[in-house]
Design a protein around this ligand. Structure first.
Ligand code: SIN
Ligand code: FE2
Length: 200
């Protein structure tokens, strides 16, 4: 399918086939068995609606102490390795980038959302972030590098990949809502979003 561009956001609809998505979900289940999802709280103590885990050398953590990357899951175990198919995708879509050091796993139940934010806890902001959507569709809002100003939204579907590079790397983005029961990939519904990042 053709690539869709919204400003510097590069959207690849249906990048992963249904079979590839199912195989990836099986790998994610094995990762989550070792590094279970946790419900983060903001530094002010407000619970986030998504639940999170990670793969790779680092996972992104939010708790009372703030936002940061950590080399260990809160339980003290290392994060499992990033699935090979994601490393292959990264090499194909962003060949000039350094290797990803984190695959953040966000789990959205039907009521979960993610407020408009920038991804800026990484040391090298010249490196792209690549996002993979699995399961229920999600309304993805894209802004610019200031919180104010116009935004545009698209529905992301299971198997879609978004590359956030160039001016999109520091653009505000978020998930307004998911559309329950819009995918049969996950037997109990919901959505998984993966974001691959270079951390150091
Ligand atoms: C994120 O910005 O970390 C998540 C985006 C998404 O869920 O598609
Ligand atoms: Fe983000």
């Amino acid at each position: 399918m053709p690539v869709l561009r919204v400003r510097d956001f590069e959207i690849h609809p249906g990048y992963f086939s249904t079979d590839e998505q199912a195989a990836l979900v099986a790998e994610l289940r094995a990762i989550l068995a070792k590094a279970p999802l946790v419900q983060p709280v903001t530094p002010r103590g407000t619970p986030m609606s998504v639940r999170m885990s990670a793969a790779g050398e680092y996972g992104w953590i939010s708790d009372r102490k703030g936002y940061r990357y950590e080399a260990l899951h809160p339980s003290g175990v290392p994060w499992p390795p990033i699935p090979e198919c994601l490393l292959t995708m990264w090499a194909a879509l962003v060949p000039d980038a350094r290797k990803p050091e984190c695959c953040l796993i966000n789990w959205y139940d039907p009521a979960a959302r993610m407020g408009l934010h920038q991804d800026r806890d990484e040391a090298d902001l010249t490196q792209p972030v690549v996002s993979v959507s699995l399961g229920d569709e999600a309304l993805f809002r894209m802004g610019n590098t200031s919180r104010a100003g116009k935004t545009e939204s698209v529905w992301l579907r299971s198997g879609d990949v978004v590359v956030m590079g160039g001016s999109a790397r520091l653009a505000y983005h978020g998930i307004d809502r998911i559309r329950p029961n819009s995918s049969t990939l996950l037997p109990k519904g919901g959505r998984i979003n993966l974001t691959l990042r270079v951390v150091t």
